[in-house]
Design a protein around this ligand. Sequence first.
Ligand code: MG
Length: 257
Amino acid sequence: MPNVIQVKKIIVSLLLSTLFTTTINAKSSISHQCEKIQQYTMGLKYQQQSAEIHALQLQSYTLATLRIEQYLQQHPNTKDIAVVTDLDETVIDNSALLARDTEKCHDWTSWDTWNEWEQKGNPSLIPGSLAFFNFLNERGIKIFYVSDRSQENKSSTLSTLKSLQLPQVSAENVLLYDSSKQQRREKIRKDYHIIMLLGDSLPDFSSDFMTKQSKAEREQAVLNNREHFGKDWIVLPNSSYGTWSKDHLKAWDKPLN
Ligand SMILES: [Mg+2]
C-alpha cells in the first residue's frame, strides 16, 4: 500500500501531466487558428498595402466624376437627383481592424470585433472619395450613404464620417441597416432619381445580386447587368472580404511533376 508521500507524488505527477496536455492542446488550437487566418493575409495585404489598389480606387472615382459630368451636360436642368454610395471599403478603409485581428490570430470573418470598431475605430478615407463627394456637393447633388452598419451605432458612424470631413453627413442621409439595401434604395427613389450607385459588393447595386447566390448565379447576374458597370454603377475593389471568399480555386488539371 503506498504511503502518504507516495500518494502526494502520484497526485502532483497527475496534475502536472494534465496541465502539460492542456497546454499542448491550447497551443495546438492557437496554432491551428493562426494557420487558418494565414489564408486571409495576401488579400488583406493587397487591399491595404498595394499601390495598385490605390490606383484602382483613384481610377474608380475619376470614372465616377466623368460620368456625372456627362450626365449633367446631357441633363442641364435636372432636379432632385441623387448618388447612393456604400460606406465600408467604398468610401472608408477598415483594413486596420482586419490587420489587428489577423496579427492576433483572431478570425475576423466571424465579425465579432466589428461592433467595437464601429464605435471606437478610426477608418481612413479611400483615395479619391472625398474629392468626389465634395464635387457632388458643389453641384447640388444629393448624397445618400447606404450601409449595413448597425443602427445602434449610428451616432458613432455619423461622428466618424463627419471627422473625415465628408459632405452631407446627417441622420437623414446616412441610411444604416433596418431593411435590405434594395428597400432603402426604393425609399430614396420616392423623392429622388438615383443617377449613380457606388459599392464594393454587388448587392450595393441591385437586388439581382444576393449574398446567398452561387458563383455561377452571381456571374450570370453580372453579365445580365453589364451595361451598368463603369456607367451608372461604379465598383470599388475589395480583396479582403466578400461572398467570393468561400469559393474554391480552379486548378490546372496537369499533374505537378
Ligand atoms: Mg462595403
